[in-house]
Design a protein around this ligand. Structure first.
Ligand code: NAD
Ligand code: UDP
Length: 314
């Protein structure tokens, strides 16, 4: 059945891959974005498709749309971008969720909220499972994002209980791949670009912090599986790749795969930077029959090729 699907943040990294995939399945796609961190190049190849519509709009403002499903991805995801205008970040998360839930209530659409591993903050349990309530600093420089996403989760659940809106929550762990912006600032794109340019690789702190990196294709598959899962499974559910690496290991792997002569340098660790992060994906395995297929080395090779091509033409 052809569905009308709204993707907020559709011109961003994850959103544009979601547009591709859902359009390829024959759906009508409404891609809504204000181009804060998104880029028209990510969706330029879709603009002539009659099933694709671009809506240049800021999700904190009301809009009337008639849709069957909503993927709510609008929000800068990189710490440097979400900390650049923190008031805007929390507005996007909270007011954006209210606008999207209003559309869903009116049109009886299903909503999937792109939440984050950041709701666990700097976690005391490892790996993190969905029943853990997290350890978030409510007044720190990451709070605009972390608390904004926590409030959005709250709104999803309250609209579900109070207004019977069909909501779903996915907690996305660090995801990387082609179409991350060159100026994104997250660790995978930073290190690859630095390595390809032969610049110093900037390790914040001593490099012992860990993250678990998921390739974009696996994440998109998980998001769609969650949207299509039975209405009785509404999450929150973790999606991510449980392979855990220190930031130093990531840098060394990228140097090996690019054959770069870049040197590692250390810079101060940003405040409240979580020490370790690894998803427990048992629930996604049981309920969605989902697990990531692409290991870090394979995903990095694809991503390095992408940035190699982008840097060559820029
Ligand atoms: P991204 O920055 O590439 O994409 C975000 C998109 O949202 C951009 O196109 C941006 O222009 C748009 N946007 C921002 N504010 C908006 C607003 N007020 N109105 C309309 N559009 C707006 O980031 P991404 O990595 O693609 O992340 C997408 C979503 O997934 C975000 O909600 C993010 O919090 C979540 N997420 C991503 C990761 C990850 O590792 N990629 C991890 C956890 C959660
Ligand atoms: N990081 C780093 N160098 C960089 C960018 C990030 O060492 O150039 C570190 C950062 O301090 C964090 C980890 O890499 O410990 C992941 O950072 P990112 O911004 O990608 O995402 P986060 O998971 O912190 O939101």
């Amino acid at each position: 059945m052809t569905k009308r699907i709204l993707i907020t943040g559709g011109a961003g990294f994850l959103g544009s891959h979601l547009c591709d995939k859902l359009l390829g399945e024959g759906n009508n796609i409404l891609c809504l974005d204000n181009f804060y961190t998104g880029n028209k190049d990510n969706i330029a190849h879709l603009l002539g498709n009659p099933l694709f519509k671009l809506i240049n709009h800021d999700i904190i403002n009301p809009i009337n749309l008639d849709v069957d499903e909503i993927y709510n991805l609008a929000c800068p995801a990189s710490p440097i971008h979400y900390q650049y205008n923190p008031i805007k970040t929390i507005k996007t998360n909270v007011m954006g969720a209210i606008i999207v839930l209003g559309i869903a209530k009116q049109t009886k659409a299903k909503v999937l909220q792109a939440s984050t591993s950041e709701v666990y903050g700097d976690p005391e349990i490892h790996p993190q499972n969905e029943s853990y309530w997290g350890r978030v600093n409510p007044v720190g420089i990451r709070s605009c994002y972390d608390e904004g996403k926590r409030a959005a989760e709250c709104l999803m659940m309250d609209y579900r209980r109070q207004n019977k809106v069909n909501t779903k929550i996915v907690r996305i762990f660090n995801t990387y791949g082609p179409r991350m912006a060159v100026n994104d600032g997250r660790v995978v794109s930073n290190f690859i670009i630095q390595a390809l340019r032969g610049e110093d690789i900037t390790i914040y702190g001593d490099g012992s912090h860990t993250r678990s990196f998921c390739y974009v294709d696996d994440m998109i598959d998980g998001l769609i599986r969650m949207m299509n899962a039975g209405d009785d499974f509404y999450g929150p559910v973790n999606l991510g790749n449980p392979g855990e690496f220190t930031i130093l290991e990531l840098a060394q792997l990228i140097i090996r795969l690019t054959g770069s002569s870049s040197q590692l340098i250390h810079q101060p660790l940003p405040a409240d930077d979580p020490t370790q992060r690894k998803p427990d994906i048992t629930l996604a395995g049981n309920k969605l029959d989902w697990s990531p297929r692409i290991d870090l080395e394979k995903g990095l090779i694809e991503t390095i090729q992408y940035f190699h091509d982008v840097l060559k033409t820029s």
